[in-house]
Design a binder for this molecule. Structure first.
Ligand SMILES: C[S@@+](CC[C@H](N)C(=O)[O-])C[C@H]1O[C@@H](n2cnc3c(N)ncnc32)[C@H](O)[C@@H]1O
Length: 242
Protein backbone atom coordinates (compact mmCIF):
# COMPACT_ATOMS: atom_id res chain seq x y z
CA UNK A 1 0.00 0.00 0.00
CA UNK A 2 1.37 3.39 -0.97
CA UNK A 3 0.97 6.10 1.67
CA UNK A 4 -0.01 9.66 0.80
CA UNK A 5 3.14 11.75 0.66
CA UNK A 6 1.57 14.75 -1.05
CA UNK A 7 3.89 16.10 -3.74
CA UNK A 8 6.50 13.42 -3.01
CA UNK A 9 6.80 9.80 -4.08
CA UNK A 10 7.90 7.00 -1.82
CA UNK A 11 11.44 5.72 -2.41
CA UNK A 12 12.69 8.90 -4.08
CA UNK A 13 15.36 11.53 -3.41
CA UNK A 14 14.76 15.24 -4.00
CA UNK A 15 17.22 18.04 -4.62
CA UNK A 16 16.43 21.16 -2.59
CA UNK A 17 16.41 22.97 0.73
CA UNK A 18 15.05 20.83 3.57
CA UNK A 19 13.47 23.93 5.12
CA UNK A 20 11.35 24.38 1.98
CA UNK A 21 10.64 20.68 1.34
CA UNK A 22 9.82 19.42 4.86
CA UNK A 23 6.66 21.60 5.15
CA UNK A 24 5.31 19.83 2.04
CA UNK A 25 5.30 16.38 3.71
CA UNK A 26 1.84 15.48 5.08
CA UNK A 27 1.57 15.44 8.88
CA UNK A 28 2.18 12.11 10.62
CA UNK A 29 3.36 10.22 7.54
CA UNK A 30 6.95 9.27 8.48
CA UNK A 31 7.89 6.41 10.83
CA UNK A 32 11.55 7.20 11.45
CA UNK A 33 13.93 10.09 10.76
CA UNK A 34 17.67 9.42 10.73
CA UNK A 35 19.80 12.42 9.93
CA UNK A 36 23.19 14.02 10.24
CA UNK A 37 22.49 17.74 9.74
CA UNK A 38 25.04 20.35 8.58
CA UNK A 39 27.39 21.57 11.32
CA UNK A 40 27.78 25.38 11.21
CA UNK A 41 31.52 25.22 11.64
CA UNK A 42 34.01 26.32 9.09
CA UNK A 43 34.05 22.84 7.67
CA UNK A 44 36.15 22.49 4.55
CA UNK A 45 35.11 19.45 2.62
CA UNK A 46 38.48 18.81 1.18
CA UNK A 47 41.16 16.21 1.32
CA UNK A 48 43.11 17.92 4.09
CA UNK A 49 40.47 17.04 6.67
CA UNK A 50 40.21 13.46 5.69
CA UNK A 51 43.58 12.51 4.33
CA UNK A 52 42.09 11.19 1.13
CA UNK A 53 42.91 11.67 -2.51
CA UNK A 54 41.12 14.92 -3.40
CA UNK A 55 39.71 13.49 -6.59
CA UNK A 56 37.75 10.90 -4.63
CA UNK A 57 36.08 13.39 -2.29
CA UNK A 58 33.07 15.22 -3.68
CA UNK A 59 33.17 18.99 -3.21
CA UNK A 60 30.37 21.41 -2.45
CA UNK A 61 29.28 20.52 1.07
CA UNK A 62 26.66 23.10 2.10
CA UNK A 63 27.25 24.77 5.47
CA UNK A 64 24.94 26.95 7.57
CA UNK A 65 26.33 30.30 8.86
CA UNK A 66 26.90 30.14 12.62
CA UNK A 67 24.52 32.98 13.49
CA UNK A 68 21.68 31.26 11.60
CA UNK A 69 22.25 27.83 13.09
CA UNK A 70 19.97 27.97 16.18
CA UNK A 71 17.01 29.16 14.10
CA UNK A 72 17.74 26.76 11.27
CA UNK A 73 17.92 23.88 13.75
CA UNK A 74 14.70 24.83 15.54
CA UNK A 75 12.86 25.04 12.23
CA UNK A 76 13.88 21.73 10.72
CA UNK A 77 13.39 19.81 13.97
CA UNK A 78 9.91 21.32 14.47
CA UNK A 79 8.90 20.31 10.94
CA UNK A 80 10.41 16.86 11.42
CA UNK A 81 8.41 16.37 14.62
CA UNK A 82 5.23 17.32 12.75
CA UNK A 83 5.76 14.76 9.98
CA UNK A 84 6.49 11.89 12.40
CA UNK A 85 3.71 9.35 12.93
CA UNK A 86 2.28 9.03 16.49
CA UNK A 87 4.72 6.15 17.18
CA UNK A 88 7.57 7.75 15.21
CA UNK A 89 11.05 8.61 16.42
CA UNK A 90 14.12 10.46 15.29
CA UNK A 91 17.90 9.95 15.48
CA UNK A 92 19.92 13.16 15.12
CA UNK A 93 23.70 13.13 14.82
CA UNK A 94 25.66 16.01 16.32
CA UNK A 95 29.21 16.98 17.11
CA UNK A 96 29.81 18.46 20.56
CA UNK A 97 30.15 22.05 19.32
CA UNK A 98 26.50 22.53 18.23
CA UNK A 99 24.93 20.00 20.58
CA UNK A 100 23.12 22.66 22.62
CA UNK A 101 21.19 23.84 19.54
CA UNK A 102 20.08 20.30 18.72
CA UNK A 103 18.98 19.64 22.32
CA UNK A 104 17.05 22.91 22.38
CA UNK A 105 15.45 22.09 19.02
CA UNK A 106 14.29 18.71 20.34
CA UNK A 107 12.79 20.31 23.46
CA UNK A 108 11.09 23.17 21.67
CA UNK A 109 9.54 20.71 19.15
CA UNK A 110 7.93 18.85 22.07
CA UNK A 111 9.86 15.64 21.46
CA UNK A 112 11.20 13.50 24.30
CA UNK A 113 14.85 12.48 24.35
CA UNK A 114 14.84 8.73 25.01
CA UNK A 115 18.59 8.17 24.84
CA UNK A 116 21.71 10.16 24.32
CA UNK A 117 23.91 7.71 22.42
CA UNK A 118 27.64 8.06 21.92
CA UNK A 119 29.14 6.82 18.67
CA UNK A 120 32.83 6.20 19.16
CA UNK A 121 35.08 5.87 16.12
CA UNK A 122 38.66 6.31 15.00
CA UNK A 123 39.01 9.84 13.62
CA UNK A 124 42.55 9.46 12.35
CA UNK A 125 43.89 12.94 13.15
CA UNK A 126 46.67 13.89 15.56
CA UNK A 127 46.58 16.78 18.04
CA UNK A 128 49.34 18.53 19.96
CA UNK A 129 47.54 20.45 22.69
CA UNK A 130 44.14 18.86 23.04
CA UNK A 131 42.48 15.46 23.08
CA UNK A 132 41.59 13.84 19.79
CA UNK A 133 37.85 13.95 19.16
CA UNK A 134 36.75 10.38 18.60
CA UNK A 135 33.04 10.44 19.25
CA UNK A 136 29.80 11.85 17.99
CA UNK A 137 26.48 12.37 19.77
CA UNK A 138 23.29 10.69 18.55
CA UNK A 139 20.07 11.96 20.09
CA UNK A 140 17.29 9.40 20.02
CA UNK A 141 13.98 11.25 20.47
CA UNK A 142 10.37 10.07 20.33
CA UNK A 143 7.13 11.83 19.58
CA UNK A 144 5.31 9.90 22.32
CA UNK A 145 7.59 8.56 25.10
CA UNK A 146 5.03 5.85 25.92
CA UNK A 147 4.55 4.57 22.39
CA UNK A 148 7.45 4.26 19.96
CA UNK A 149 9.01 1.41 17.97
CA UNK A 150 11.89 -0.25 19.81
CA UNK A 151 12.88 -3.76 18.75
CA UNK A 152 15.18 -5.17 21.39
CA UNK A 153 17.70 -6.60 18.94
CA UNK A 154 20.40 -7.21 21.58
CA UNK A 155 19.79 -8.51 25.08
CA UNK A 156 21.74 -5.63 26.62
CA UNK A 157 21.57 -2.64 24.28
CA UNK A 158 24.16 -0.17 25.54
CA UNK A 159 24.27 3.51 24.64
CA UNK A 160 27.90 3.62 23.51
CA UNK A 161 28.45 2.26 20.01
CA UNK A 162 31.93 1.57 18.68
CA UNK A 163 31.72 1.52 14.89
CA UNK A 164 34.57 2.65 12.66
CA UNK A 165 34.13 4.97 9.74
CA UNK A 166 34.35 3.32 6.34
CA UNK A 167 37.43 3.70 4.24
CA UNK A 168 36.51 3.50 0.57
CA UNK A 169 39.82 2.78 -1.03
CA UNK A 170 39.98 4.47 -4.42
CA UNK A 171 36.24 5.11 -4.49
CA UNK A 172 34.34 8.37 -4.57
CA UNK A 173 32.58 9.41 -1.37
CA UNK A 174 31.34 12.50 0.43
CA UNK A 175 33.51 13.63 3.35
CA UNK A 176 30.95 13.01 6.10
CA UNK A 177 29.52 9.66 5.04
CA UNK A 178 27.99 7.63 7.87
CA UNK A 179 28.97 3.95 8.08
CA UNK A 180 26.23 1.68 6.72
CA UNK A 181 26.61 -0.57 9.80
CA UNK A 182 25.59 2.31 12.07
CA UNK A 183 22.46 3.16 10.07
CA UNK A 184 21.56 -0.53 9.83
CA UNK A 185 21.64 -0.81 13.62
CA UNK A 186 19.32 2.20 14.02
CA UNK A 187 16.85 0.81 11.48
CA UNK A 188 16.85 -2.60 13.18
CA UNK A 189 15.98 -1.09 16.57
CA UNK A 190 13.59 1.66 15.56
CA UNK A 191 11.74 0.57 12.43
CA UNK A 192 10.08 -2.41 10.80
CA UNK A 193 10.01 -3.62 7.19
CA UNK A 194 7.65 -1.44 5.14
CA UNK A 195 8.13 1.64 7.38
CA UNK A 196 9.01 5.00 5.84
CA UNK A 197 12.43 6.42 6.77
CA UNK A 198 13.29 10.07 6.07
CA UNK A 199 16.66 11.82 5.88
CA UNK A 200 16.30 15.56 5.15
CA UNK A 201 20.12 15.99 4.84
CA UNK A 202 21.15 13.07 2.65
CA UNK A 203 24.78 13.77 1.78
CA UNK A 204 25.83 10.62 -0.05
CA UNK A 205 22.50 8.99 0.77
CA UNK A 206 23.61 6.30 3.23
CA UNK A 207 20.29 6.36 5.07
CA UNK A 208 18.32 5.82 1.84
CA UNK A 209 20.67 3.11 0.57
CA UNK A 210 20.53 1.17 3.84
CA UNK A 211 16.75 1.61 4.10
CA UNK A 212 16.37 0.17 0.61
CA UNK A 213 18.54 -2.80 1.52
CA UNK A 214 16.55 -3.44 4.71
CA UNK A 215 13.13 -3.40 2.98
CA UNK A 216 12.13 -0.01 4.41
CA UNK A 217 10.68 2.78 2.27
CA UNK A 218 12.63 6.00 2.14
CA UNK A 219 12.45 9.68 1.27
CA UNK A 220 15.39 12.08 1.23
CA UNK A 221 16.46 15.67 0.54
CA UNK A 222 19.83 17.19 -0.33
CA UNK A 223 20.61 20.77 -1.30
CA UNK A 224 23.85 20.15 -3.26
CA UNK A 225 23.00 18.83 -6.75
CA UNK A 226 26.23 16.85 -7.08
CA UNK A 227 25.58 15.07 -3.76
CA UNK A 228 21.98 14.36 -4.67
CA UNK A 229 23.06 12.79 -7.97
CA UNK A 230 25.73 10.79 -6.16
CA UNK A 231 23.14 9.50 -3.68
CA UNK A 232 20.87 8.49 -6.55
CA UNK A 233 23.75 6.66 -8.23
CA UNK A 234 24.54 4.86 -4.95
CA UNK A 235 20.90 3.77 -4.72
CA UNK A 236 21.03 2.44 -8.25
CA UNK A 237 24.20 0.54 -7.38
CA UNK A 238 26.23 2.64 -9.81
CA UNK A 239 28.51 4.41 -7.33
CA UNK A 240 30.29 3.70 -4.08
CA UNK A 241 29.84 0.55 -2.05
CA UNK A 242 26.48 -0.83 -0.98
C1 LIG B 1 26.65 15.86 7.50
S1 LIG B 1 26.09 15.75 5.86
C2 LIG B 1 25.16 14.28 5.75
C3 LIG B 1 26.01 13.05 5.53
C4 LIG B 1 25.19 11.80 5.25
N1 LIG B 1 24.56 11.28 6.45
C5 LIG B 1 26.03 10.70 4.59
O1 LIG B 1 26.09 9.56 5.11
O2 LIG B 1 26.66 10.98 3.56
C6 LIG B 1 24.87 17.02 5.77
C7 LIG B 1 24.34 17.27 4.37
O3 LIG B 1 23.29 18.24 4.43
C8 LIG B 1 23.34 19.02 3.25
N2 LIG B 1 22.59 20.26 3.52
C9 LIG B 1 23.01 21.39 4.14
N3 LIG B 1 22.02 22.28 4.24
C10 LIG B 1 20.91 21.70 3.69
C11 LIG B 1 19.55 22.11 3.50
N4 LIG B 1 19.13 23.31 3.92
N5 LIG B 1 18.69 21.25 2.91
C12 LIG B 1 19.11 20.03 2.47
N6 LIG B 1 20.39 19.59 2.61
C13 LIG B 1 21.27 20.41 3.21
C14 LIG B 1 24.85 19.21 3.01
O4 LIG B 1 25.13 19.56 1.68
C15 LIG B 1 25.37 17.82 3.41
O5 LIG B 1 25.45 16.98 2.27
Amino acid sequence: MNRDLGVFCEDALYEGDALALLPQIPTGSVDLIVTDPPFAIDFKANRLNYNRKGSNVLDGYHEIPEEEYPDFTRQWIAESARVLSPTGSMYIFSGWNRLRDILEGIDSAGLTTVNHLIWKYQFGVFTKKKYVTSHYHILFAAKDPKRYTFNKVDHYPEDVWVINREYWKGKKKTPTKLPAELVKKILAYSSNPGDLVLDPFLGSGTVAVVAQGEQRHFLGFEIVPEYCNFARACLAGKAGKR
